[in-house]
Write a protein that binds this ligand. Structure first.
Ligand code: FPP
Ligand code: MG
Length: 327
């Protein structure tokens, strides 16, 4: 089914598209087995801002030559990327020993790690099953490369836990793989399904990749400086699990900093309050935020590649929200 090229606004088309995405998502995950169904319904509560489907649909509408239309392939691809994302969250909460996600207990907290691992597997399997219904092998191929990168990012991150020599380039490499490659692919796929030329498809990927890195930097800042009630998920997990994030890396880059010993001690003692106040006072939190804002600015520079000016405007607002958010 195609949404009629009528006079509805981009926001209305997007809202309608997201409803169709939610429907496709829920239909795919229906199970006659109560043990499975109950877990899927629980995991669906992790569905939040639908950032990835939103980017895919906006990119698809923005790069259309004629009317900005969302077709069924966009909808299925958008439901697929959200399901991939959900699978990674279920597994990530096992790795991080997290107990809260989107204000709900995590699957691992509720049912233990074994169930969470298999539910994550079930979600990733369903994501590729759903995607196959588009009948476009290149879509499966592309998303397979994305999930490979996601796992690589996590494996590199695991290999560098508790490593105080982790540098900025390696941190960005991890973040690119674990978060930004999927966000970039959302924008790229939306454009490709709309028949956009290669230069537009590539520009869309760059928009998503930059926003994705900025998003993860902000996510890491919230883990350091936010509170659980506002963020809606377990925080302080990066410190607890020995994951160095950008503010700490920026701080440690400055060899001669007088508070270096205090920062190293806060890391050793897993003292989140001390680390937060030292990194805030030193300007390292501000430095990380500035870095993320620059990436958003870089992403915005690519937006003129989108052919639909109305969509560009919606994209610009969304780009700012990637860093201006408290959860
Ligand atoms: C969030 O990190 C984690 C990711 C964006 C990627 C997680 C990927 C995996 C666990 C690999 C499993 C992959 C598949 C294909 C199932 P975070 O802990 O910084 O974010 P958080 O604050 O939301 O917990
Ligand atoms: Mg986590």
């Amino acid at each position: 089914m195609k949404l009629a090229a009528d006079s509805s606004t981009i926001e209305e088309r997007l809202a309608d598209g997201l409803l169709r995405v939610e429907r496709a998502f829920d239909e795919q995950l229906q199970s006659a087995l109560p043990a499975v169904e109950e877990l899927c319904r629980h995991a669906e509560r992790y569905r939040g801002k639908l950032l990835r489907p939103t980017l895919l649909l906006l990119s698809g509408m923005g790069s259309a030559q004629d009317a900005p239309i969302i077709d069924d392939r966009h909808v299925v691809a958008a439901a697929t990327v959200e399901m991939i994302h959900m699978a990674t969250l279920v597994h990530d909460d096992v790795l991080d020993d997290a107990s809260i996600r989107r204000r709900c207990p995590t699957v691992n907290a509720l049912r233990g790690n074994e169930t969470a691992v298999i539910l994550g597997d079930y979600l990733i399997s369903n994501a590729f099953h759903l995607c196959s219904k588009v009948g476009d092998a290149s879509l499966n191929l592309r998303l397979g490369a994305v999930t490979n990168a996601l796992c690589e990012g996590e494996l590199v991150q695991l290999s560098r836990r508790h490593d105080l020599s982790l540098d900025r380039a390696t941190y960005i490499q991890i973040v690119r793989r674990k978060t930004a490659v999927l966000v970039g692919a959302c924008c790229e796929i939306g454009a490709r399904l709309s028949g956009a030329p290669t230069e537009v498809v590539d520009a869309c990927y760059r928009v998503g990749e930059r926003l994705g890195i900025a998003f993860q930097i902000q996510d890491d800042l919230l883990d350091l400086t936010g509170d659980e009630a506002t963020v809606g998920k377990s925080i302080g997990r990066d410190l607890e699990k020995g994951k160095l994030t950008l503010p700490t890396i920026l701080f440690l880059e400055r060899e001669s900093s007088k508070d270096r010993v205090a920062v190293l001690r806060a890391i050793e003692l897993r003292d989140g309050a001390a680390l937060k106040s030292l990194l805030l006072a030193s300007g390292a939190v501000r430095g990380a935020r500035d870095f993320a804002c620059e990436l958003v600015a870089d992403a915005r520079k690519e937006l003129p590649h989108l052919r639909q000016p109305e969509v560009r405007a919606v994209f610009e607002t969304l780009a700012d929200k990637v860093v201006d958010r408290a959860n």
